[in-house]
Design a protein around this ligand. Structure first.
Ligand SMILES: Nc1nc2c(c(=O)[nH]1)N[C@H]1C(S)=C(S)[C@@H](COP(=O)(O)OP(=O)(O)OC[C@H]3O[C@@H](n4cnc5c(=O)[nH]c(N)nc54)[C@H](O)[C@@H]3O)O[C@H]1N2
Ligand SMILES: Nc1nc2c(c(=O)[nH]1)N[C@H]1C(S)=C(S)[C@@H](COP(=O)(O)OP(=O)(O)OC[C@H]3O[C@@H](n4cnc5c(=O)[nH]c(N)nc54)[C@H](O)[C@@H]3O)O[C@H]1N2
Ligand code: SF4
Ligand SMILES: [Mo]
Length: 701
């Protein structure tokens, strides 16, 4: 906390903390202690003075009538949402006595902290999700709900998660947005794509649905879901056949090209077409365009990987810029994540060497299964959730709710709002918003650091994640100094420790960050990753054949394996299930804002988009209520007929709150908790469902 006198008007620099690659610079006007305006910082090179549609009304989030301001204790049955107010002292005493008993009886493994990207700051996320839990010896959490496969694969093949500066997109001549919808999910890169288009660049979107980004593209290719690996291999086949590969670059800067070339023989355009449903001429045309346009950018994010074969998909896609020698070229290469440039020093973040070893790790995608018997000896007996809302956002929500409803599970939820998850808590703790806390942010879509100053005092009795961890540590009687340091001291500790080994932080101190606002990493001006030809892999080269991947469940070479679940789907058999995609909602960030009135109005009710022919075949009319179901669960949605989808594919956005729906469900009633091919990846989009008019009798499938 950074208390300020409630005096005159101030303009306070901050950072949007939500799970979004843009990490916008925010400016908050504070008058008499109250925030009266939030706007984009004109001096932030990516934000350039504007915030997205979801964060523009941020004061509605900060001052929302339903903000939690006091700790609550459950009164009614789990999930009923009936609570009574308690003091922090009572809440902390109850948690510490329950946990102390568990530690003595079962050991720390019985306690599971569950957190994700509600806030992305160093302090309120990285530190708050490690120090206290390490000290407790609690179960660890495998944080693989989002893009674990892509992170793992890119790091193995390229050696680091480095990505060019977003501004370089404007220099591209060809931009392929592959399974990525930046018009919704990374809005500040869109003006850069437009700028490139004005200068003559050609923009291609590859997505089974005509997304918002596809509407302003020059070309849209709609493959069958989870067949992008085959498309990438088909494109590479054509590049190799037609002599469009950069042999000199490959010989100098990659390993495995001869073996990959052999493998590509199995992916002629006819086969790639059969697998993807894209006409062979279009595959050939895109390969020629990619092979002859320089610089050419391929930009991916995370939606593409949320399939059973997500790791292999990214492996194949990330090979493409190697074949054309586009890594290291300004405006070319692969645009994924910048988070590998600065990795906070693990020891300073979590002090693991002073703590007992982590007894076991639970995959967050298996939360429902873990709480209902998959994890034993000891079972999970206490769950502490913050900056995440698994009852709305984890797959297979019926099982998640069944787990959360266990009477013997002691659940604590720390959030700003009474989420679907919080409704199941024994104790709810009120969290501060970003305007009420300090933090340090390094975005995953740019190469900048920015400090978030607290702009206002915490509302009611809200406490930040780190302040809550400190209070819990004290209640538990832990006297380690590193469990009590305040926000700024903790940030400085991690920043200083990281700077000792990372030259990109040279000269970047907490004081400077506080003074200057946005501070870029100490990279040479105009730096393009891999421009020096060096990849920080074991071979020092781009690993088209990658032993590290072979050791972790994939193969060394890219290949295509179909999704098991999607093999039941069909575009022609009307009795077969459809593939349900659940991409990002334009007006929510995951489940955050899912209860904010003005954004709910703009987002509108949850619709199921369905191709008119698929609808007719099932007797579904536009506007009709439809039942969407499979063996995992069911929900009711309103059908919206739309030719923006491939046949066989239906779509409804993620992020709706189950408790605000008539049937108490959202799309995760149907999604699968099967893990992907590597890194414990989630597989939300490998999801087959049956769709029928609500009036029809429930088919027995
Ligand atoms: N407005 C808004 N912004 C957000 C978020 C949000 O919820 N709302 N979420 C944030 C988070 S947590 C993340 S991880 C990022 C995600 O950022 P993105 O990855 O850009 O977003 P998604 O909508 O998850 O997925 C992108 C696209 O992948 C498509 N897709 C699904 N399966 C396939 C496939 O098999 N092949 C191809 N080619 N495409 C496929 C979907 O139709 C979707 O249009 O966005 C962040 N930004
Ligand atoms: N069907 C389907 N489901 C999906 C996906 C999909 O594509 N399809 N995508 C998945 C992906 S990529 C992700 S990342 C997950 C994320 O899904 P969620 O867990 O819903 O993540 P968020 O909405 O980022 O944040 C969750 C909570 O953090 C709270 N919060 C915000 N700031 C703070 C803070 O400072 N302190 C505390 N204590 N709480 C705070 C918010 O109020 C919110 O309730 O959803 C996954 N779910
Ligand atoms: S959600 Fe993303 S685009 Fe919107 S203000 Fe935050 S960082 Fe910027
Ligand atoms: Mo995500």
């Amino acid at each position: 906390m950074d208390p300020r006198p409630p005096s005159a008007t101030q303009l306070v620099r901050g950072v949007c903390p939500h799970d979004c690659p843009d990490a916008c610079g925010m400016l908050t006007t504070v008058e008499g202690g109250r925030a009266t305006r939030v706007e984009g910082d004109p001096d932030h090179p990516l934000t350039r003075g504007w915030l997205c549609a979801k964060v523009r009304p941020y004061l509605e989030w900060v001052y929302g009538p339903a903000r939690l301001e006091h700790p609550l204790r459950r009164r009614g049955p789990k999930g009923s949402g009936t609570f009574e107010r308690v003091t922090w002292e009572e809440a902390l005493a109850e948690i510490s006595s329950r946990w102390s008993a568990l530690l003595a009886r079962e050991g720390g493994a019985a306690i599971l902290p569950y957190s994700y990207g509600g806030t992305l700051g160093l302090l309120q996320n990285a530190v708050a999700s490690s120090r206290l839990w390490n000290r407790l010896g609690a179960s660890g959490l495998e944080r693989s709900i989002c893009g674990a496969a892509g992170e793992h694969v890119v790091e193995a093949m390229l050696g680091a998660r480095w990505s060019p500066d977003p501004a370089d997109l404007a220099e591209s001549r060809l931009i392929i947005l592959w399974g990525h919808n930046p018009a919704t999910t990374a809005p500040h890169t869109v003006p850069l794509v437009r700028e490139a288009q004005r200068r003559g660049a050609y923009v291609v979107v590859i997505d089974p649905r005509r997304s918002l980004s596809a509407r302003s593209a020059d070309e849209h290719l709609a493959p069958r879901p989870a067949t992008d690996g085959a498309l990438a291999l088909g494109l590479m086949h054509v590049l190799a056949e037609e002599g469009l590969v950069d042999e000199a670059w490959l010989a100098r800067q990659s390993v495995g090209w001869p073996a990959l070339r052999e493998r590509l023989r199995a992916f002629p355009p006819a086969r790639a077409s059969e697998l993807t449903g894209i006409a062979p001429e279009r595959i050939v045309a895109l390969a020629r365009r990619y092979g002859t346009t320089r610089p050419a950018a391929i930009k991916i994010a995370d939606g593409l990987q949320r399939h059973e074969n997500g790791g292999r998909t990214v492996q194949a896609v990330a090979s493409l810029p190697g074949l054309t020698g586009q890594y290291g070229v300004r405006g070319g290469g692969l645009w994924y994540s910048t988070s590998g440039y600065v990795r906070w020093a693990t020891e300073a973040v979590g002090h693991p060497s002073a703590c007992p070893p982590t007894p076991r790790v639970v995959n967050m995608n298996r939360l429902g299964a873990a709480l209902t018997g998959e994890v034993r000896n000891p079972p999970i007996l206490s769950l502490y959730v913050f900056a995440a809302n698994p009852a709305a956002s984890a797959p297979r929500s019926a099982l998640v709710r069944q787990g959360l409803a266990r009477e013997d599970l002691f659940t604590v939820v720390h959030d700003l709002y009474l989420t679907d998850t919080a409704r199941f808590a024994d104790l709810v703790l009120p969290a501060t918003s970003q305007l009420e806390q300090c933090d340090l942010h390094k975005g995953y879509g740019q190469r900048l650091l920015r400090y978030n100053h607290a702009a206002i005092e915490p509302l009611g009795e809200a406490r930040s994640n780190w302040d809550t961890c400190r209070a819990l540590a004290q209640a538990m009687g832990f006297d380690d100094a590193w469990l009590s340091t305040d926000g700024d001291a903790t940030i400085a500790e991690v920043l200083d420790a990281t700077r000792r080994t990372n030259p990109l932080l040279e000269g970047i101190t907490l004081d400077r960050l506080k003074r200057e606002g946005t501070v870029p990493y100490a990279l040479p001006a105009g730096h393009v990753p891999f421009a020096d030809g060096r990849f920080p892999t074991p071979s020092g080269r781009l690993e088209l054949s990658c032993e590290a991947l072979a050791r972790t469940g994939l193969e060394a070479l890219p290949d295509f394996l179909p999704s098991h679940e999607l093999s039941q789907a069909s575009e022609t058999d009307d009795r077969a299930p459809l593939v349900l995609l659940t991409p990002a909602a334009h007006h929510f960030v995951s489940s955050s804002f899912g209860a904010q009135a003005s954004l709910r109005r703009r987002q509108g009710p949850a619709l199921l988009e369905i191709h008119p022919e698929d609808a007719v075949a099932r007797g579904i009319r536009d506007g009709a209520r439809v039942r969407v179901h499979n063996q995992r669960g069911r929900l009711t949605l309103v059908a919206r007929l739309s030719a923006d989808l491939r046949r066989g594919v239906v779509c409804t956005p993620k992020g709706y709150w189950p408790s605000l729906a008539d049937d108490g469900q959202n799309a995760n009633a149907t999604t699968s908790d099967r893990l992907g091919d590597v890194a414990g990846q989630s597989t939300f989009h490998s999801n087959c469902v049956w769709v029928e008019p609500e009036a029809a009798p429930l088919s027995s499938r």
